[in-house]
Design a protein. Structure first.
Length: 472
């Protein structure tokens, strides 16, 4: 193998020496230069043979070869941008806002028209608020009733605890008639409670006094009974000695037995009265506890109702506010769908659209074949179909986001949505700046990379070689 390479090197070296020698002696090998007059006196065939070739073809050939070399070098070293073409449209940065009613209602007033510019919070459409106003009034009335009930119970509990009169908090936005009616009810309840409490207290005091009297009688009988027993014993001894008659002894014995029976009966009465007093005290405590329990239950129920009615009030107030449809953002009114005062609208019916006065962006649809190369941060050239870029130029933008999932487009199939931020949203058209409008169709050319020029010509050949010669 080395000998073959050596032979090839020797052959190449010899040819190089021969070419160099020929190049050095090229002037000596050329025929003698003749003037035009000398050539004119030669025979025709010699004149044609001796006349030198015009330098133009040779110069043209050299220029062609030089041009081919330059083109080949540019194709090998030069690079072009790789772009992913994505059609799309101009959209507001804050997206279009659709105005819809919450409930079915009757149109009371229409304050805007198509193309009108509105500010955020400006009233657009008013619906009839009669029904929502009635709900709000009902909720307010229920809240007032629950609040008055709570105040009445608090005043009663405070009066029971301190034993004084009813003390009401300072009224705030409470109708006088309602407040007086609630105060009268509280006074009646307090009077009824105190009346029954006084009756039970009087009965208890009566039984306690009766118990005291009975206890004193028991003490008296306990002191008298021993004397009666002693007298009966004395009479018995005297009867045995025949100093007294039997009737006298029986009278003393009868008195003793009567005292014992009375003492036993009074002791039973003491026990009965004691039990009765305890029952009366229990009844009194139960009455007070039951009354307080009823007050607490009433207060708790009123508090629960108040919380519920607060929610109902909030809902009714919100529903009433939503009968006045306002602009969520500043912008331009479009697609106004209603024009008749007194007409009926349904819940969630699109009534109009507001295009925000915000910075504009590009929403482009990137095809599946390009999505793998489109990333946030890449620059893009945006061409507006309304204004041909060959006359009015184009805009520059940058990819800000790419959707993570594809959507199904009726014409293009599965595509990905990309958002592009424009460096400016105006074009110089006929000596004035024209701002882009939402909805304008555009073509975004996203720069996804760079590629050598020669690769554009070699890639079909490479693809054919890689995929060819494998058919069945």
């Amino acid at each position: 193998m080395s000998s073959v390479l050596t032979a090839i090197q020797d052959l190449a070296r010899r040819y190089a020496q021969v070419w160099q020698a020929a190049w050095q002696n090229r002037h000596h090998m050329a025929p003698p230069a003749r003037t035009t007059h000398e050539l004119a006196f030669l025979p025709a065939h010699l004149e044609l043979q001796e006349t030198p070739v015009h330098p133009a073809p040779r110069l043209a050939m050299r220029l062609i070869i030089l041009l081919l070399v330059i083109v080949l070098a540019w194709a090998t070293l030069g690079k072009l941008d790789i772009v992913a073409v994505a059609p799309g449209k101009v959209v507001p940065n804050d997206r279009v806002k659709v105005v819809q009613p919450l409930d079915t209602g009757v149109i009371k007033a229409i304050h805007v028209r198509d193309g009108q510019t509105v500010k955020a919070g400006q009233i657009l459409i008013e619906l009839d608020a009669t029904a929502t106003g009635a709900d709000l009034t009902k909720a307010d009335e229920a809240r007032l009733t629950a609040s008055l009930t709570t105040a009445r119970v608090d005043a009663l509990m405070q009066a029971l605890a301190k034993g004084g009169d009813l003390v009401w908090p300072a009224p705030v936005n409470i109708p006088t008639a309602r407040l007086q009616a609630e105060q009268q009810l509280a006074r009646a309840q307090l009077a009824e409670f105190r009346s029954k409490d006084a009756t039970l207290q009087a009965e208890l005091q009566k039984r306690r006094a009766e118990l005291l009297t009975t206890q004193e009688l028991v003490v008296k009988l306990e002191q008298t009974l021993p004397i009666s027993k002693e007298r009966a014993e004395d009479y018995k001894r005297l009867l045995e000695q025949n100093f007294v008659s039997r009737h006298g002894y029986l009278d003393q014995e009868k008195e003793r037995i009567g005292l014992e029976k009375d003492l036993s009966a009074q002791r039973s009465r003491v026990m009965e009265l004691t039990a009765s007093i305890r029952a009366q005290e229990t009844q009194l405590q139960s009455f007070k506890a039951e009354f307080q329990r009823q007050l607490l239950d009433t207060r708790q129920q009123a508090q629960q109702q108040l919380a519920q009615y607060d929610e109902d009030h909030t809902k009714a107030w919100q529903r009433q506010q939503l009968t006045r449809l306002t602009a969520p953002v500043g912008g331009t009114v479009q697609q106004l769908a209603i024009h008749t005062v007194g007409g009926v609208v349904t819940a969630a019916q699109p009534l109009l659209v507001i295009v925000p006065d915000d910075t504009l962006e590009i929403e482009a649809m990137v095809e599946n074949r390009d999505i793998g190369f489109v990333n946030p941060g890449q620059m893009a050239t945006v061409k507006v179909e309304t204004f041909p870029y060959t006359r009015y130029g184009y805009l520059q933008g940058r990819v800000t986001s790419v959707s993570s999932d594809a959507i199904n487009d009726e014409k293009r199939g599965l595509v990905y949505l990309a958002r592009l931020k424009l460096e400016r949203d105006q074009l110089w058209v006929d000596s004035k700046w024209i701002r882009l409008s939402p909805g304008m169709a555009i073509s975004a050319e996203v720069k996804t990379g760079r590629r050598r020029v020669i690769d554009y010509f070699l890639s079909p050949l490479t693809e054919s070689v890689n995929e060819g010669f494998r058919e069945r």
